[in-house]
Design a protein around this ligand. Structure first.
Ligand SMILES: NC(=O)c1ccc[n+]([C@@H]2O[C@H](COP(=O)([O-])OP(=O)(O)OC[C@H]3O[C@@H](n4cnc5c(N)ncnc54)[C@H](O)[C@@H]3O)[C@@H](O)[C@H]2O)c1
Length: 276
């Protein structure tokens, strides 16, 4: 018996990377997927963001394994658009059980930091306000479903232990937002518990996705703060974990296995936070 048979999952940032991996993995357990993604570029992001073709590829991968997925181009910064996407998902699949607030960017502002304010604003808008929008657009349908539910917010190891600043709006917005979502996670966990809706966050170390595997990231780290960047090393002998490693942790939280787990931060960090 598949572990998520008849469940519906709403996933942000589903076009590629971890969001795609979560979509494919949850679908393999029987869940129907509503996956949204912005599918276009932000000026304050130096690496290539996703495209409509990427989102179509996630849909293809889910369907090729026998799953069902509705892919929607939507921006987590747009609350009305998020409500509309959730409503489309409800019309298509009739219910909502799981929410993965996964969409993210790493905005960048290299010295002399002309882009610093934009990098701060876009980072906070996507990573903090976008998560709040995702919670706002989904909590009522979860309550109305009266079957409980599970929300997982993707934070970062940076959310538990900010390692360094680039002294600009780039990493600063990332560290602030990834810590900020822990507050949202705990307050929603406490409030939604009476409806048996669980809320947790996951905190990956570096993951092998285009957010960090791109021609700019290594150089950016090095130029931003070389001494501190050199100290960010996992305890276990692995440089980057794979998206599937995070998906398996998500699966643990959203399935019956996690039924009494709420309000927690789950690191998938190869020991980076406590020993790195
Ligand atoms: N890759 C890492 O090393 C790493 C480590 C820890 C945490 N994270 C977090 O994991 C999550 C997933 O990132 P990833 O590694 O898969 O990177 P990724 O860049 O491959 O995927 C992120 C996806 O989010 C989408 N997105 C960005 N802004 C959006 C918006 N405004 N609205 C809707 N979609 C939007 C992008 O288009 C992209 O498809 C992010 O929250 C990221 O901060 C990543």
């Amino acid at each position: 018996m598949s572990r998520l048979e008849s469940k519906v999952a709403f996933i942000t940032g589903a076009a590629r990377g971890q969001g795609r991996s979560h979509a494919v993995r949850l679908a393999a357990e029987g869940a129907d997927i509503v996956g949204i993604d912005i599918c276009r570029q932000l000026d304050s992001v130096n690496y290539a963001m996703s495209t409509p073709d990427d989102l179509a590829e996630t849909v293809r991968q889910v369907e090729s394994r026998g799953g069902r997925m509705l892919g929607i181009e939507a921006d987590v910064r747009d609350l009305d658009g998020m409500h509309a996407a959730v409503a489309r998902g409800l019309r298509e699949f009739g219910r909502l059980d799981i929410v993965l607030a996964n969409a993210g960017v790493m905005t960048q502002s290299l010295p002399p930091h002309e882009k610093s304010r934009d990098a701060w604003r876009d980072g906070i808008d996507v990573l903090l306000t976008g998560v709040w929008h995702t919670l706002q657009a989904t909590y009522q349908p979860l309550i109305d479903g009266a079957r409980g539910g599970s929300i997982v917010i993707t934070s970062s190891s940076q959310g538990l232990r900010p390692f360094f600043s680039d002294l600009s709006g780039g990493f600063d917005s990332y560290a602030a937002a990834k810590a900020g979502v822990i507050g949202l996670m705990r307050s929603y966990a406490a409030t939604l518990a009476e409806w048996n809706i669980r809320v947790n966050s996951i905190h990956p170390t570096g993951v092998n996705t285009p957010m960090v595997v791109n021609e700019f990231f290594g150089e950016y780290m090095e130029k931003s703060n070389p001494k501190t960047a050199a100290r960010v090393v996992n305890a276990l002998p692995v440089e980057l974990v794979e998206p599937i490693d995070v998906s398996e942790a998500v699966l643990y939280l959203v399935c019956e296995s996690g039924r009494y787990v709420t309000g927690t931060c789950l690191p998938v960090d190869a020991g980076l936070v406590f020993a790195g």
